[in-house]
Design a protein around this ligand. Structure first.
Ligand SMILES: Cc1ncc(C[n+]2csc(CCOP(=O)(O)OP(=O)(O)O)c2C)c(N)n1
Ligand SMILES: [Mg+2]
Length: 566
């Protein structure tokens, strides 16, 4: 309880700083290590969502950071709480999302004795967080929390971990608050923009690649106008399809896992690449094969908010240290200096994209995930949010869904299983009026599926479409390629997902043939409850283009050839 003497507990000072910095939602699993901070939420207007597992809490926070550009916040207890949450911290790192995780810590008087659940958070999170620290003096809470917000957001965003010794949170004192933070924008210089214009004037086959974070709906629109003026084909990097309207005439597709071969050829043939916001990391660069390292064959303009990313892997012809938001604002004045020679290219690139994604491919079994994704893209409103984690099932979303608006896809570029469901819960909390659909694998969903209870508790009617092939399918696919016929640790015996949903007091329906999906989806929506639609997928349908036994046969045939040759 707050005193009348202006003194506050460390916990109260902390929660007040969160309000000042604009936090509206916090995700947590409680712990006795930070009771005084929890108590301060009692009288706060911040919404506190209590989760069933810290990985869920951290992933919900990451989804908030990813889609709003402002730090997503989670609170977890010391030791096992923090290590459980680490999956979400790793996603924030790889996906360049601002997150602040507050962790309870043992009292200052017993530190370094390896007291109950004690960890050294600076050491544990040292290589994954952007900054990991501990607050020793409650008088410094405003300073350190302010720095945490700035650090999480500035430059290339990422996770910050702040440990809170238990007794520090109880101490009472009077300290002045910080003022609200604003993420620093880094703007391109006039000389760089002029050089860009000149490079475009001498290019013959340029292409733009959009990725990373620090975008906004306004920036995406400004970029679309720029692309129109320059008739520029635009592709997106892995899991960043929402950065450019997929039905815009300049859209050329995404560089993810198993991309359109025509898009790959187009990027390889480009004489100039304008890479904005992305790092061109392993997935998008097709295992670092797309651009030569360190000197790409083509001219590379790399725009990135983190100075340290420029020249880290690829030596850019022109490095522009700027946030995508500030860079796109600066593009408003860019006009072509002369007639554009590549005008026909943009129409061809978009036609290639449409042809690649138009119709679902045929796959074995009565349920075709591709056709279901096509149904979703044709029936959901443009502002619907799709969330997913990792697994082969996601390949159908990437290929067949068409993202039209900024931040309508929430998925981990880090490839972390279990992400989609908590991300969907967080999105429904932020956007109760928009449909939120999580497409999950059977393996993927059960990594964080216990937070279905959280969706029920807070009445967040997300719809989870579980593509159940009774496999850790991705790994089985790799297994059949590398060790054909030798199945190890990739078969799953699953629960009855409809009964699971109902046991949690949600809605459940099973779909055993594609044609039954629309009715199941309508019933899920009408239930008004969190829902699971259980798709029984034939394990043979391992990708939109390959079957499991086909992969095995190819691998066995290759092995036979190799033996004959040797
Ligand atoms: C947290 C985590 N653990 C393990 C992996 C390795 N992995 C990648 S995909 C995959 C299997 C996914 O299975 P499922 O969700 O059922 O999707 P499917 O591939 O069967 O469509 C595994 C184990 C991972 N990416 N993330
Ligand atoms: Mg599976």
């Amino acid at each position: 309880m707050r005193g009348t003497d202006n003194a506050r507990t460390g916990g109260e000072i902390l929660v007040d700083q969160l309000s000042i910095h604009g936090v509206r939602h916090v995700f947590c699993v409680p712990g006795e290590s930070y009771l005084a901070a929890l108590d301060a939420f009692h009288d706060s207007t911040i919404t506190l969502t209590v989760c069933r597992h810290e990985s869920g809490a951290a992933m919900m926070a990451e989804a908030v950071g990813k889609t709003t550009g402002l730090p997503g916040i989670c609170f977890v207890t010391r030791g096992p709480g923090a290590t459980n949450a680490s999956a979400g911290i790793h996603i924030a790192r790889q996906d360049s999302s601002p997150v602040i995780m507050f962790v309870g810590q043992v009292g200052r008087q017993m530190r370094d004795r390896e007291a109950f659940q004690e960890l050294d958070y600076r050491a544990v999170f040292g290589s994954v967080a952007k900054w990991a620290t501990e607050i020793d003096d409650p008088a410094r809470i405003p300073e350190i929390v302010s720095r945490a917000f700035h650090t999480a957001c500035n430059g290339r965003p990422g996770p910050v971990v702040v440990a809170l010794p238990e007794d520090m949170l109880h101490e009472r004192l009077a300290v002045p608050d910080a003022t609200a933070f604003t993420p620093a924008e880094t703007s391109p210089g006039a000389a760089e923009m002029k050089r860009l214009q000149e490079m475009l004037a001498s290019a013959k086959r340029p292409i733009a690649l959009l990725g990373g974070s620090r975008w906004s709906a306004t920036a995406c629109e400004a970029f679309a106008h720029f692309a129109e003026r320059f008739a520029l084909p635009v592709a997106t990097t892995f899991r960043r399809q929402y950065l450019f309207d997929n039905l815009h005439a300049c859209y050329a597709g995404d560089l993810g896992i198993g991309p359109n071969p025509k898009l790959l050829a187009r990027v390889k043939a480009a004489d100039m690449v304008l890479l904005i916001g992305g790092r061109m990391s392993e997935m998008s660069s097709q295992g670092y094969t797309l651009f030569d390292i360190p000197e790409p064959r083509m001219k590379l303009v790399h725009v990135h908010p983190g100075a340290e990313e420029l020249g880290r892997i690829y030596h850019p012809t022109l490095a522009i240290h700027a946030t995508p938001t500030a860079f796109c604002a600066a593009l408003e004045t860019q006009q072509p200096l002369k007639e554009i020679p590549w005008k026909g290219e943009v129409a061809a690139a978009h036609a290639d994209y449409l042809a690649w994604t138009d119709k679902a491919t045929q796959v074995p079994g009565p349920v075709n995930l591709g056709e279901i994704v096509v149904w979703l893209r044709e029936n959901l409103p443009v502002d619907a949010i799709i969330a997913n984690g990792a697994g082969n099932f996601a390949g159908w979303i990437h290929r067949f869904y068409r993202f039209r608006k900024y931040a309508t896809h929430v998925a981990p570029t880090s490839g972390s299983m279990g992400y989609g469901f908590p991300a969907a819960v967080a999105m429904k909390l932020l956007h109760p009026d928009r449909p939120v659909v999580c497409v999950a694998g059977d393996g993927d969903f059960l990594m964080t599926g216990q937070d279905f209870a959280t969706a029920v508790q807070y009445k967040l009617p997300v719809i989870v479409v579980v593509a159940d092939n009774s496999l850790y399918g991705t790994i089985r696919m790799h297994q059949e390629r590398d060790y054909p016929g030798r199945v190890v640790a990739t078969s799953l015996t699953n629960p009855d997902f409809v009964a699971y949903a109902k046991a949690f007091r949600g809605f459940g329906a099973i779909v055993e043939k594609t044609a039954d999906f629309p009715a199941a989806f309508a019933a899920a929506q009408q239930s008004g409850k969190p829902a699971i639609i259980h798709l029984r997928i034939d394990p043979e349908a391992i990708t939109p283009a390959a079957t499991l036994s086909g992969i095995r046969q190819n691998a066995l045939a290759d092995a036979k050839h190799a033996t004959h040759r040797s």
